[in-house]
Structures are given as structure tokens and as C-alpha cells.
Design a binder for this molecule. Structure first.
Ligand SMILES: *Cc1c(COP(=O)(O)O)cnc(C)c1O
Length: 222
């Protein structure tokens, strides 16, 4: 058994009692490793750069579900719009309008998550709670028929302080619950909470994550 197989089995086992999927973060990893993971049944892969995502998608099996997890520039949406399965990193209304426009051109509806800023760091992208509410309450939002907001994404502070990480994940979950109660729009169907990476996925699972995004613990850190 290769170590890739062992690593995937380890995570399969970790999440089996949760309502959660594993997004294998394959950024910087060669297509051979992704193919190996595919061969043992992995179908959700996450990339953070548009160009890398597009070129990997061209060579790898067509039933892979590609997730864009990194910051997305509006002028690059058109390259992933034909096939991307989920965009985790919506952080402005302008970006969402462009995703809607490109989805319409491709005659599809693109699932999106709003990235919420939960960390005590100023290096992370995302909207704060009020900005996210403004986006959803924007008069023009309801007219975006080619996107669907299916949940929220957040990244905790890069710290060893478990209590802090837990508090940040709890804040994302409670905002998710609040929106689920309040927002009744045809292009919003909240079901996913994307939180947790190699260093903090166990806390994220306990706090209600439905998508953990794991890279280095699956593929190694080189
Ligand atoms: C790289 C990355 C991950 C995975 O991080 P690991 O620590 O390698 O598990 C998760 N989410 C985002 C947004 C990333 O850029």
C-alpha cells in the first residue's frame, strides 16, 4: 500500500461519522499524484490558482469535481466557468456578478461559498459578517440566476491556540445558522460549511464542517 492510500484511508476513517466530505488540496502537486488519489476513489480536489486548475483539469479524468479554494480575480473567472464544481472564495459582489455572467455564457449554475473572515490575522481574504449580509441583501443579488450560494468558507488563525481556533469555527457555524434561518432566496441554499485544513480539521469536524480542505497531510508538504 502506498502512503497516499494510507493517508486517504486515514481521513476516510476520520470523517466517516460526520456529514463531511474531504476536499483533497492538490495545489503544487503533480498530476500523477492526483491520478493516484483518483484511482482509490477520491473525486473532490481543490486548487488555489486558476491556471494550474485549468491545466490539471485538461489532463485528468472528467468526472473529477474541481473546487477553487484560493482568491479569485474577476478577469480569470471565464477560464474555470465551463467546468468548476464549487468556488469557495467569493469575497465581493463584483466577483459574484462576474461568476454569474460567465455561468450564464456556459449555460450552467455555479455553486459558490462566501468566504468569511474569521481569523485574527490581516493576511486572509474574505468578508466580515456585515459585508456578507450586505452582499446577500443587495437588491441585485436576487437577480443572479446562474449562481447558487450553497454555504460559507472560513480559515482559522494559524495558531497553536486550540481554543481560539474553536471559537473562530464556532463563529462561522453560528453565522451559517443565522443566515439559514433568515435568508429565503431562490439562489441561496445553505448546506456547506468549508472549514478545517491539515492542522485544524479535527476541531472543524467537531464544530460542524461539511468540507475539510486537506493538502499536506494527504500529499506531503513538498
Ligand atoms: C493550501 C490550502 C489548504 C490546505 O492546507 P494544508 O495545510 O496543506 O492542509 C486549505 N485551504 C486553502 C484555502 C489553502 O490555500
Amino acid at each position: 500500500m502506498t502512503s497516499i492510500t494510507e493517508n486517504f484511508n486515514f481521513f476516510k476513517n476520520k470523517i466517516k461519522n460526520y456529514n463531511c466530505h474531504l476536499v483533497a488540496v492538490s495545489k503544487t502537486k503533480p498530476v500523477e499524484l492526483i491520478q493516484e488519489a483518483y484511482n482509490i476513489g477520491q473525486r473532490f480536489f481543490g486548487e488555489n490558482k486558476v491556471q494550474e486548475l485549468v491545466s490539471k483539469a485538461e489532463t485528468l479524468p472528467k468526472d473529477i469535481q474541481w473546487h477553487l479554494i484560493g482568491h479569485l480575480q474577476s478577469n480569470k473567472v471565464k477560464y474555470i466557468a465551463p467546468f468548476v464544481s464549487l468556488i469557495h472564495s467569493i469575497d465581493s459582489f463584483k466577483l459574484l456578478q462576474e461568476v454569474n455572467k460567465q455561468a450564464q455564457i456556459n449555460n450552467r449554475i455555479i455553486d459558490c461559498l462566501i468566504q468569511i473572515y474569521i481569523a485574527q490575522e490581516d493576511t486572509k481574504f474574505g468578508l466580515d459578517v456585515n459585508e456578507a449580509k450586505e452582499l446577500l441583501n443587495n437588491k441585485e443579488f436576487a437577480e443572479l440566476k446562474n449562481i447558487k450560494i450553497v454555504g460559507l468558507m472560513g480559515m482559522a488563525t494559524n495558531t497553536n491556540n486550540i481554543d481560539q481556533i474553536r471559537t473562530e469555527f464556532k463563529s462561522l457555524k453560528s453565522f451559517f445558522d443565522e443566515l439559514k434561518l433568515k435568508i429565503k432566496l431562490s439562489n441561496v441554499d445553505l448546506k456547506e460549511i468549508s472549514m478545517g485544513m491539515s492542522s485544524d480539521y479535527e476541531i472543524a469536524l467537531e464544530e460542524g464542517s461539511t468540507l475539510i480542505r486537506v493538502g499536506s497531510s494527504l500529499f506531503g508538504s513538498t
